[in-house]
Design a protein around this ligand. Structure first.
Ligand code: DAK
Length: 263
């Protein structure tokens, strides 16, 4: 792959968008390679992913404006679908994905971070949806995911004014969970990912599915989704070991990583 690197660190997979000359902007090739990288993740040996950008300036500076500038309507639609399909793959990926936002997260960059489960960022991070200034709407889910994350009022303000916000404001409005000095960001991301990887993996996966699917429906249906995924955990090795360790008051065992059991 030319623009994506993948590194395995224990149970954690690290995907880096590596096109620093263009501030990691998303062209068709980056999107295709990201899609392939996700397909290649070994779900038996990986429990959490981190998505970040190469270099110290930019996470992703958006969709590639050069590539988009000459698209016809049909090509624009196809490009939007390519992005949306990959972003949705990330969002519904069986494992939690942490976006480690190390600089610009503009347009498609902000949108791809919002397709991840959790966002943390460096102090130099900048978020924004500048599309209306380019004569387009956000095309990779920005109008939908930003409003769900920070509320419709704040999302509308950011999108209508195309104003970028810095890390501290992103934290204040709940777009990111935490802000770190740039040199500490990846350590923090890895620590969080390791904390997830130390939990029972079937339970973590089911939590992601329960939260994501539950948010799409009303509470009566959401509770049924939770019941099903809760029930699904029983009789797994994870559940037996997890509860067994607690009942045996075996602190050593309790701290052990529960082995992954394929279903
Ligand atoms: N696309 C392509 N190249 C980019 C880029 C981008 N989004 N952002 C930066 N680059 C390139 C620059 O062209 C420059 O390349 P060279 O000239 O060196 O060859 C290099 O990265 C360094 O950028 P700068 O020289 O501009 O660096 P500065 O530090 O001065 O400025 C900046 C950094 C991030 C403020 C600036 O580069 C900038 O404003 N970039 C554009 C940010 C932006 O507007 N992003 C949103 C793009 S719109 C849709 C699908 C998707 C979308 C919409 C619809 N459908 C099909 C439905 C998504 C849209 C977007 O994401």
């Amino acid at each position: 792959m030319e623009f994506i690197t993948y590194e395995q660190d224990g149970f954690v997979g690290i995907i880096t968008i590596n096109r620093p000359k263009a501030l990691n902007a998303l062209n068709s090739q980056v999107l295709d390679e990201l899609d392939a990288a996700l397909d290649a993740v070994d779900l038996n040996t990986t429990r959490a992913l981190i998505l970040t950008g190469a270099g110290d300036k930019s996470f992703v500076a958006g969709a590639d404006i050069g590539e988009m500038s000459s698209l016809t309507k049909a090509e624009g639609e196809a490009f939007g679908k390519k992005g949306n399909d990959v972003f949705r793959k990330l969002e519904t990926f069986p494992l939690p994905v942490i976006a480690a936002v190390n600089g610009f997260a503009l347009g498609g960059g902000c949108e791809i971070s919002m397709s991840c489960d959790i966002r943390i960022c460096s102090e130099n991070a900048v978020f924004g949806q500048p599309e209306v200034g380019l004569g387009i709407t956000p095309g990779f889910g920005g109008t939908q995911r930003l409003a769900r994350l920070v509320g419709a009022g704040m999302a509308k303000q950011m999108i209508y004014t195309a104003r970028n916000i810095k890390a501290d404001e992103a934290y204040r409005i709940g777009l990111v969970n935490a802000v770190y000095p740039a040199e500490e960001l990846m350590t923090a991301a890895k620590k969080m990912a390791a904390g997830i990887a130390a939990q029972a993996p079937i339970a973590v996966r089911n939590c992601k599915k329960a939260i994501n699917d539950g948010l799409q429906v009303d509470m009566d249906q959401a509770i049924v989704i939770e019941e099903k995924l809760f029930g699904d955990c029983f009789e797994t090795e994870d559940q037996k070991a997890g509860m067994g360790n607690f009942l045996e008051k075996d602190k050593e065992k309790k701290l052990k990583v529960v082995p992954f059991q394929n279903k």
